[in-house]
Ligand binder design. Structure first.
Ligand code: 26V
Length: 812
């Protein structure tokens, strides 16, 4: 652990300030002060970073590489200080200079290189690996523009670019000497050399992949792991500029633009897969650079021959996006290192493991063969051979079952199917919650499960309690420490001891006060950012996540519309005053999701301006949801809305964040909600809606009729018609798409089917909230049982069950 006392820190800080700004601290702007603090923190980190690396090289311990298209890190300064163990010292030191640490931290740009759950999970995993002394590193893309910024204008989402690098980013170090060359296009010729086949790649376009390293700091353990993000740069040796001929110049410009496009922007879509060539290029770009750099490093420091690679290296594929790691490793082992197919395949499959994050078929990646072949000719040849051998195995087992074989093939129907390649080329395939893994085994990947039963396993997601509890909710952290001590910081399941205080009057009162204080903090943020006032004494009912039909923000919105109707009819209705909080981004091309945002805002506009009800209910849509905003909203929530159509949410992770911060969950039995229920018991969660069986039966046997729901239940008729009768918007057509989708097209997510059950569940929530001791005890039980959802637990399971790394050896 870093040892810095307050006086040393003050001296270091002042010196750093002068060094980088060339003026006195007293003359600095707040941003200057932030920069100096971040820069000083980085100095402290760098020494540990170097020594961690040296130590890994020295011990030759197994290294894990987590490959992901997305890392949604958020802000780094606060967590760096926390993990270094100097946040308190720093806070006190700065306050001697009259500087508020929280204010400086809030000036940092979020590092938003991810869409949602998948990218944030990758970030939590990095934090846990470092904190558990696991040599685990990230590998991804340094997008010039991260996830777009969302503005709400006239109730609609407007996207603007996230220029997160416009100010100097202190958290990265460019490593030009570690650059790699990645090759696209061209031809591959086969020649025979000493009786061996050789593959010669010519006429390709070469791209320089330049790494930027970001330190990932472990919690008070002197470990700093590495997140390596690759940026695409032109390789100018390709062009003869001396000739200065016009043609050459234009070609060079064209080349420069096409290269820079590769790491220009994060695809802002996590819903519908589109076979975009640029996305395939992004995937091969970072995967090829990453694998090359691992091999290069291994050959220098690996302390083992290359054929022991699988004992020294584990590579994890986060969803199918980095699946090309499999054929790329094969290519390097065979074409560059001279291994035969069988040995290369043994090494590769033992090295690789893969996580599936969705069963939504529209999100499954498949690439058109023609495009693939042209862009990656040698990789395509290798995949063809993997497919040929795999199909041969299938033929031997399933003689004559052509249907099954073509369904399972990696290349079929004109496409390369990435999930199939990932399963065949990995030794482990996991889902992200128990139900999700069961659905993969029983349905989506049934054939593969029967063929490779031992590959499949579950690893229920988790979240880092360091960011989501200790950092985001310091007052709650203090309360837990005051009651049960601080062992939960290193061992989060120790929080179970907090359950003993669930009915303690004093603890209940403190829990309540802490919640109010967090609600005020968020209310101030909202006032400042959007000039909206909300009442901290009202119940904060929160649904924040990507906007997606299966997540059913519409269900939440419809029941608010129903409540509004009821309140107009009976203004004396006895309900708990509520603030409905929504936030989340819609993929720019996802029409229905964008309409959902519009509807929520139209409903907000009407309700918030109606004096008959606005003492009782208020609706807000928080702009530009991101990690740093989540850190304010989550600790302020009373009720956590986890209402996806059962079977559709692979796990969910915000459900865990809310629970850890003492919100009560209202949920369908989907994803990790089920495991949350199992932990806290039926009395401490509010469950509603269709079961897995019922949903699957509807899908398989049909029988759902939205029309029936409309005709049978006047409330449903009323709220659906309210979307198109001018009640919320004089333009009656504005929300027609939503209406049609729910009613005419027999909504595949069963919003209307779950409506009644959801309303009843909300009524239960209302009654529970009115019972102060009961509600507070529910909050306490949720907190007490949240430790199992720390990503430390998840990572220990990955390390022992999949990677065979770190934790396994240290604890045996
Ligand atoms: C999918 C696609 C498909 C279209 C092209 C772009 C793109 C980009 C990302 C994705 C990922 C979708 C999968 C995903 O984010 N799954 C979420 O993963 C979380 C972490 O495991 C989990 O908690 C959520 O339930 C799951 O929806």
């Amino acid at each position: 652990m870093l040892k810095v006392d307050k006086e040393t820190f003050k001296k270091d800080y002042e010196e750093k300030f002068i060094e980088i700004h060339g003026k006195d601290l007293s003359d600095g702007t707040d941003y200057n002060k932030y920069e100096a603090l971040a820069s000083l923190t980085r100095d402290y980190v760098v020494k540990m970073w170097i020594s961690t690396n040296k130590n890994y090289n020295f011990t030759g311990e197994k290294q894990v590489y987590y490959f992901s298209m997305e890392f949604l890190l958020g802000r780094l300064l606060g967590n760096a200080l926390l993990n270094l163990g100097i946040r308190d010292v720093c806070k006190e030191a700065l306050s001697d200079f009259n500087i508020d640490l929280n204010k400086l931290e809030a000036l940092e740009q979020d590092q938003g290189l991810g869409n949602g759950g998948l990218g944030r999970l990758a970030a939590c995993f990095l934090d846990s690996m470092a904190s558990l002394n696991i040599p685990g590193h990230g590998c991804g893309i340094r997008y010039k523009y991260g996830f777009f910024e969302q503005k709400i204008i006239n109730g609609m989402q407007i996207e603007t670019q996230d220029d997160w690098l416009k100010n100097n980013n202190v958290w990265e170090i460019k490593k030009p000497d570690k650059a790699q060359i990645v090759k696209f296009g061209g031809q591959v010729n086969t020649i025979s050399e000493n009786g061996n086949l050789k593959f010669v790649h010519t006429g390709y376009e070469a791209v320089l992949a330049v790494p930027y390293d970001v330190p990932i700091i472990g919690y008070e353990n002197n470990i700093v792991n590495n997140l390596r993000l690759w940026s695409a740069e032109p390789l100018y040796d390709e062009f003869d500029f001396s000739s200065f001929s016009r043609g050459e110049y234009l070609k060079a410009l064209e080349y420069k633009n096409s290269v820079e496009a590769i790491s220009q922007v994060l695809y802002p879509d996590d819903s519908v897969y589109e076979g975009k060539r640029l996305r395939l290029k992004q995937q091969y770009f970072f995967v090829s650079a990453g694998i090359q750099s691992i091999i290069r490093h291994f050959k220098v420091y690996g302390k083992a021959p290359l054929n022991d690679l699988d004992e020294k290296i584990a590579i994890h594929i986060n969803d199918t996006h980095p699946t090309l790691a499999i054929p790329e490793l094969m290519r390097i082992l065979m074409d560059e290192e001279g291994y035969g197919w069988d040995e290369a395949w043994r090494i590769t499959t033992n090295t690789m493991s893969y996580t599936n994050h969705t069963i939504l078929s529209e999100a499954l990646e498949k690439w058109p063969i023609d495009m693939f072949k042209k862009l990656l000719p040698r990789i395509y040849m290798i995949i063809e051979e993997i497919n040929r051998r795999f199909c041969e195995e299938l033929w031997n087992k399933y003689i004559g079952q052509w249907d099954k074989i073509s369904k399972m093939a990696i290349i079929a129907d004109g496409y390369v199917k990435m999930a199939h390649l990932a399963i065949v080329g990995s030794h482990s395939v996991n889902g992200v919650a128990k139900l999700h893994t069961e659905i993969l085994k029983k349905q989506e990947m049934k054939d593969f499960y029967y063929f490779y039963p031992n590959k499949f396993n579950n690893k229920t997601n988790g979240i880092t309690h360091r960011r989501w509890l200790i950092k985001a909710n310091p007052q709650l952290t203090t309360l837990i420490k005051d009651t049960i001590g601080d062992s939960f910081i290193k061992h989060p399941t120790d929080m179970e001891a907090f359950e003993r205080y669930a009915s303690d009057k004093e603890v209940q009162q403190r829990l309540h006060e802490i919640k109010i204080s967090n609600k005020k903090r968020f209310a101030e943020y909202l006032k400042e950012k959007q000039d909206i006032s909300i009442n901290p004494d009202s119940l904060f009912d929160v649904q924040v996540k990507r906007i997606h039909a299966y997540k059913r923000q519409i269900l939440n919105c419809l029941r608010i519309m129903e409540l509004y109707r009821k309140l107009i009819e009976n203004p004396n209705l006895d309900i708990v005053p509520k603030t409905f909080i929504f936030a989340g981004k819609a993929a720019p091309g996802y029409h229905l999701a964008k309409k959902t945002i519009e509807l929520i805002n139209a409903v907000a506009n009407k309700i918030n301006n109606d004096p008959r009800v606005n003492e009782k209910i208020k609706v807000v849509f928080v702009e530009n949801y991101k990690v740093s905003v989540a850190e304010l909203i989550v600790p302020a929530a009373d009720l956590s809305e986890q209402i996806s159509t059962t079977t559709k949410e692979a796990s969910g992770t915000s459900n865990m964040k809310f629970m850890m911060n003492g919100a009560v969950t209202i949920a369908t039995l989907d994803g990790a909600n089920i495991e949350i229920r199992d932990e806290v018991g039926d009395d401490n969660i509010i469950i509603f809606g269709l079961t897995e069986r019922e949903v699957l039966d509807y899908y398989h046997k049909g029988g759902y009729s939205a029309w029936d729901m409309v005709n049978r239940d006047y409330r449903i008729k009323q709220v659906t018609e309210d979307t198109i009768n001018g009640f919320y918007c004089s333009d009656k057509e504005r929300f027609r798409a939503i209406y049609e989708n729910l009613v005419t097209y027999n909504d595949e997510f069963f919003v209307l089917k779950d409506f009644d059950s959801y309303l009843k569940a909300q009524e239960r929530a209302d009654n529970l909230y009115k019972n102060f001791p009961k509600w507070q005890s529910m909050c306490a039980v949720n907190i007490a049982h949240s430790g199992i959802f720390s990503s430390d637990r998840t990572i220990q399971e990955y390390a022992t069950g999949i990677w065979g790394s770190g934790y396994l050896y240290k604890n045996l």
